[in-house]
Design a binder for this molecule. Structure first.
Ligand code: HMG
Ligand code: MG
Length: 302
């Protein structure tokens, strides 16, 4: 196995993690979470999304959260923008990067963003052009790259097609997402290979939800392919409101524990990360979803 010596993690907890929460999380709590993540050494944080507040009420405070962050110059703050309306609203918040999100499944595209895959690409085209004209990086996410809650298994050819369409409109990076966490390592490898037909190894990342407990294995198989960028979520928070039953992303703490144990650098201080996870878990009134986080908290207590 030829593994990367360094890995970059994007903590998507404030966005993917909190978007699905039923209880209102005040903007100040989200801002505090972002501050704790950057204090722990995260260099990229997915802060919020500029989507319809009718669809995702939890993200309605997007501008307030962005305005509340004390920015560090070496941290990249990203936000989701599904269309020009979202992009125009996001622009005032000066994101370093925007994320357009497509799906490899037609049914999921319809449920999540209310349009077909082809229509979504036409919506992303002007968003991508406008972002790049404003010096903002553009990342793409492909949902349901191995399985869809409505269509079942998704063929790698679908992933390849969406990766090609995103590449054609100028999207600079693509995240291969297992939205509902059904993927197992060889299927994820095939999905990743499909994205790599159109993007270089430095332009792809893994975004694995951990619903079936496969996310660390899927991370490891991707690392073995040379992939060195992953989306993870503090305390394993998360889920997509339009993917019923899907749980959070792989916990940042678990991935950091694994990587550091393998001698792979992340620049992240695991102790501070555990504190950030405890902060948000305490606020939400439940135990962390991170196994490493829980083990290290128990160790501290004992
Ligand atoms: P739509 O209803 O088709 O949009 O929604 P529309 O253009 O027809 O407009 C309808 C209304 O929405 C109008 O308002 C617009 O102004 C408003 P009205 O006239 O009725 O008062 N609107 C907006 N408001 C705020 N921000 C906007 C915006 N756009 C239109 N950007 C839309 C289309 C995409 C907006 C909608 O479907 C939506 O917001 N969906 C939510 C999608 C979402 O946030 N999903 C979760 C994130 S994706 C995810 O979690 C997956 C990921 O983690 C990877 C993975 O794991 O797979 C990334
Ligand atoms: Mg997700």
């Amino acid at each position: 196995m030829k593994l990367p010596s360094k890995v970059k993690l994007v903590d998507v907890g404030p966005r993917d993690g909190l978007q699905n929460e039923k209880q209102t999380v005040p903007a100040a709590t989200k801002v505090e979470l972002v501050h704790r993540l950057q204090a722990a050494g995260l260099k990229e944080i997915e802060v919020t999304s500029f989507v319809s507040p009718k669809w995702v009420p939890q993200m309605a405070d997007n501008a307030e959260v962005m305005a509340g962050i004390s920015r560090q110059p070496d941290v990249r703050y990203s936000v989701l923008t599904p269309n020009m309306k979202g992009f125009e609203a996001a622009l005032a918040s000066r994101p370093d990067e925007i994320v357009v999100f497509a799906a490899a499944s037609e049914a999921f595209s319809q449920r999540n963003i209310n349009c077909s895959i082809a229509e979504s690409i036409e919506r992303f085209r002007p968003v991508t052009e406008a972002a790049r004209a404003n010096g903002i990086r553009v990342r793409g996410a492909i949902s349901c790259t191995v399985g869809c809650p409505y269509e079942g298994e998704v063929a790698p050819e679908r992933v390849e097609m969406v990766a090609r369409l995103l590449k054609d409109i100028g999207v600079q990076h693509v995240g291969v997402a297992d939205t509902i966490g059904v993927g197992t390592p060889l299927k994820v490898q095939r999905a990743m290979d499909a994205a790599l037909k159109h993007y270089g190894i430095d332009e792809v990342s893994g975004h694995f939800h951990d619903t079936y407990g496969q996310a660390l294995a899927n991370t490891l198989v991707s690392l073995a392919m040379g992939v060195w960028q992953f989306d993870t979520s503090i305390a394993g928070l998360g889920g997509c409101p339009y993917a019923k039953g899907a749980t959070g992303n792989v916990a940042t703490e678990d991935v950091v524990y694994m990587l550091h144990g393998m001698g792979i650098e992340t620049g992240i201080d695991l102790d501070k990360l555990i504190d950030a996870g405890q902060f948000i878990s305490d606020f939400l009134g439940r135990k962390t979803n991170s196994r490493a986080g829980l083990a290290l908290l128990n160790k501290r207590a004992g």
